[in-house]
Design a binder for this molecule. Sequence first.
Ligand SMILES: [Zn+2]
Length: 281
Amino acid sequence: MLCPPAVRAALLSVYENDRIPHALIFEGGPEQTLALAKWLAQAAVCTAPGVHPCGQCPGCIKAQAGSHPDITLAGGGETGRSFHKEEILALRSDTFIKPNEAPCRVFILQNAQNLSPQAQNALLKVLEEPPASVQFLLTCDRASSLLATVRSRSQIYTLTEAQPPQDDGLAEQIALAVCSSKESGLLYLTAPLLRDKLRLRAVLERLTLLFRDALALRSGGKALLPEDETAYKLAQSLTRAQLYQMTQTTREARGWVERNANTPLMVTVLCARLRSEAAAF
Ligand SMILES: [Zn+2]
């Protein structure tokens, strides 16, 4: 997940201790905050034992495809006050319905900075007496644009410092180079990662997201990063089986980083595996 280390640590502590608040606010860029909200929603509806989200159980598959009955994505238009009270009132009545198949129901309110004051007051009513097993995930550019009463009932996480700017586009270039017939491009692109574990971790997170998005697109679902062209290109040139395998490989490589594997060796093995997976039909 594209998430600053401090935010990741705070979220981990909240989730590990089962002190999950009814409302979380993520402030930052629209793409990044929405990706995090969707990832946490998937984690909430994942029904596999062990680490959530597993990415493979029926709950995760439906969440990735945007079709999980216990995840509701709502948002207004592009402008201020375009997220109306009526939409919140409709959601509010849904909060009293028991979850269909997950342990809880998750409501993602996208671009919450556009909530009208009336809509925020309607939301506040739910946050004051939240039904059990209901979670609200709000994304917005600045939490300060929300009413103080809403903020005080939520936990706020700031994501703006997530990615060092020099990583812009590196994961995308690597993903496309993996599918290219020239091996030199991939060697050149991955060279900066050999001695920079933090950057490698960020690139691996992004690669996993890109392959997963391409897999979702290939399966007729929606991309988490719909404005990114790379996932569309990958979906056009690779099969579902290949994309699935490559998602697994990058996810596995993230585990190697966490276990402090030998970085140059790991990058070499990763490139070789991705290339052979991209070439195999
Ligand atoms: Zn799962």
